[in-house]
Each structure stands twice: as structure tokens, then as C-alpha cells.
Design a protein. Structure first.
Length: 205
């Protein structure tokens, strides 16, 4: 797939909207480099990436992106404090072994942290669990229980509780429904937690 001609995922577009032009950015779990390429093309950022899979690293390097192979659970500790203006983790935190430790590392090395996560509290997920008694499979959570990379499912409420626990401030947040449309900002958290398919958060210490 030609990433330059492909339509970016809606959460990636939202993340890109939160990043200032010319910023120094680290994308943790950057996959095939779609977000880094978008940021370099539209925002002129000084972008770096870290990706676990060799396939992803190869795709990034083939596009001229500065990406190294690494594990968010182990390798973030090598970065100095406040090394980046923004550290991004898109749809990856739930796939780490120690999400709280990873989040604290992100907050340490970035002046701002931008995270997107799927919402395990969405009403479709709850309905599948209640009526079918099976682990849910949805468009945003497309894997079966036995082959999913997601090992720490959470709801949007769980994530905001974690932010309080690590003393992170939510600077901005946006929830999306299953069609990729933004939910109203002024709706209460229980509404986002019930109807938000995913959400994007900007955090700061």
C-alpha cells in the first residue's frame, strides 16, 4: 500500500491535529510509519519512531523514516527526560505488558503525550459479552481472544483513572463513535464510556 496516497486512520488524523508544526516527536509503536509520514508531510516535524516488529521497521526505513526496532516495555528507559516535545502512542498501550510503567516513561521523556486507545466499555462490547458470553470482536477490536495482541483491555474510564494515579493532566481529549465521528465534547464521561469506540488524549505532567 502506498501510504502517501492512503487515507489515514481517523485517530491518526486527530493525533496529527494535536501536534505543533516543527515539533520534535517520538512515535512509540509506529507500525508502518503512517503517522510519522503524515506528520513529516503536513507538520514538518523532526520525527523519530520505535517499533517492535521487524516488518514495521523495514516499511518505515524504506520510506526514509528514522525508526529503530525496540520494545516499549523495556527500551523507553534509555531516553533522557524531556527529550521530545511530543511522545505518541497510538492504539498500542493496551498491547504492552506494563501499561502504567510505560505511561510514566512516556510522561517522563515527552513534554506532551498523545495516546489513542480502543474502548472496551463500548456498548457493543458489553452487549456481546452479556448476550453471547464470548470475548467481543468489533471493527476496532478485530482479533479473536487467542490471537489478539491486546493484553490489557481498558475502558475510557479506566484510562482516566490511570491518568489520575500517575498524576497526569488531561490537556485535551476526543472520543469517536464506531463511524469515526467525534462525540460531543460537553457530554458526561459515562456517555463517552458507553458510546465512544475509541478516544485520543493529550496528557502532561
Amino acid at each position: 500500500m502506498n501510504i502517501l496516497n492512503a487515507e489515514p486512520r481517523v485517530d491518526l488524523r486527530l493525533v496529527a491535529d494535536m501536534i505543533e508544526s516543527g515539533a520534535k516527536v517520538l512515535d512509540v509503536g509506529c507500525d508502518d510509519g503512517s503517522l510519522l509520514k503524515l506528520l513529516e508531510t503536513t507538520k514538518g516535524v523532526d520525527g523519530r519512531g520505535i517499533e517492535l516488529s521487524q516488518r514495521g521497521v523495514n516499511e518505515c526505513v524504506s520510506q526514509g523514516l528514522s525508526v529503530i526496532q525496540g520494545d516499549a516495555d523495556r527500551d523507553l528507559s534509555t531516553y533522557p527526560d524531556n527529550a521530545f516535545d511530543y511522545v505518541i502512542m497510538s492504539q498500542t498501550l493496551q498491547a504492552t505488558h506494563a501499561p502504567k510503567d510505560v505511561l510514566e516513561q512516556l510522561l517522563r521523556i515527552g513534554r506532551r503525550v498523545v495516546i489513542s486507545i480502543p474502548n472496551f466499555g463500548h456498548w457493543r462490547v458489553r452487549l456481546q459479552l452479556t448476550l453471547m458470553g464470548r470475548m467481543p470482536v468489533t471493527e476496532n477490536l478485530p482479533y479473536s481472544w487467542y490471537n489478539t495482541p491486546n493484553i490489557h483491555f481498558c475502558t475510557l474510564r479506566d484510562f482516566t483513572d490511570l491518568c489520575r494515579e500517575v498524576e497526569a493532566t488531561i490537556v485535551r481529549s476526543t472520543a469517536l463513535n464506531a463511524h469515526g465521528q467525534k462525540l460531543p465534547i460537553r457530554t458526561p464521561w459515562w456517555f463517552w464510556n458507553m458510546f465512544g469506540d475509541q478516544a485520543v488524549f493529550m496528557l502532561a505532567r
